[in-house]
Design a protein around this ligand. Structure first.
Ligand code: V07
Length: 254
């Protein structure tokens, strides 16, 4: 089953030192500018969202090929519910549409589909499609393709705080034992290293409530291109720039 390789290049050694620096193990992306991409072409915003889905496929392949281990994509934020109902309804169909087209190939390529965010609040048809993909890819061992759906960074932190507070209340936990490593276990990403690189497209220079805790030491790359115009070579440029950067983690350069 795993002998069929439709994505040549993935056998290249992952996240290994190659003279210029390390391949980022975990890349997070804010896929911004889909609506504006469509509007500039005189088309409805949803056309941009669908075009953005093609970019998801292209960048997933590129990430896999260069040896990235985890790709976290911000597909829908807790704030996105404020958009017009028609647009939200359309967006909530995209996970199904994407998986209908791509799940087979993701399976063949050993990709693991995952999700962070609140399933409560998502339509059941969306949850069903995503859960099926998670289930059918759970034994794969390749790239983790992690979709942030109905995700909000402050909510993630507050939910962690509440869960920890309940333990303290029940005297199962002493406040003194709460350190960063402990806290991380209560977030939605307990099994993942923090992102090494954050990419945001479309010229906006802000975090918009994305992975607030996890991005504390992350390198940022901002592209002026709209997400549907962001291609493999743009992604590789971001990865190359990352490799050249000195990661100091607040330490003094030696
Ligand atoms: C969405 C396309 C990409 C640009 C950003 C907004 C629109 C893929 C998914 C998806 C989500 C979960 C999953 C499989 C695919 C998706 C939404 C929007 C809500 F398991 N693209 N995409 N979900 N856009």
């Amino acid at each position: 089953m795993k002998s069929l390789n439709l994505w040549p290049g993935r056998e290249k050694s992952p996240s290994k030192e190659d003279g210029e620096g390390k391949i980022p193990q975990h890349i997070a992306i804010i896929m911004d500018g889909n609506g504006r991409w469509a509007k500039e072409r005189g088309m409805p915003r949803v056309v941009g969202h669908r075009a953005g889905m093609k970019t998801v496929k292209e960048i997933t392949k590129a990430a896999d090929e260069v040896g990235v281990k985890i790709l976290t994509l911000y597909a829908f934020s807790t704030e996105n519910w404020k958009r017009p109902k028609e647009e939200v309804d359309f967006l909530m169909r995209l996970p199904e549409e994407f998986l209908e087209l791509e799940l087979e190939e993701l399976i063949v390529n050993n990709v693991q589909v995952r999700m962070i965010g609140d399933k409560e609040g998502l339509p059941s048809h969306t949850v069903k499609a995503v859960e099926k993909a998670i289930q059918e890819t759970k034994d794969n061992s390749g790239l983790i393709l992690n979709f942030a759906l109905n995700y909000g960074g402050r909510k993630e932190i507050l939910d962690a705080v509440k869960a920890i507070a309940r333990k303290v209340e029940k005297r199962e936990l002493s406040p003194d034992s709460i350190d960063e490593q402990f806290f991380h276990q209560y977030l939605l990403t307990p099994d993942y290293p923090d992102p090494d690189l954050l990419i945001r497209t479309s010229g906006e220079i802000r975090l918009s409530n994305f992975m607030l805790w996890q991005l504390a030491y992350t390198e940022f790359w901002f592209s002026d291109k709209y997400w549907p115009d962001f291609h493999r070579e743009d992604f590789l440029e971001a990865v190359e720039a990352y490799k050249k950067r000195e990661r100091k983690f607040g330490r003094i350069k030696s």
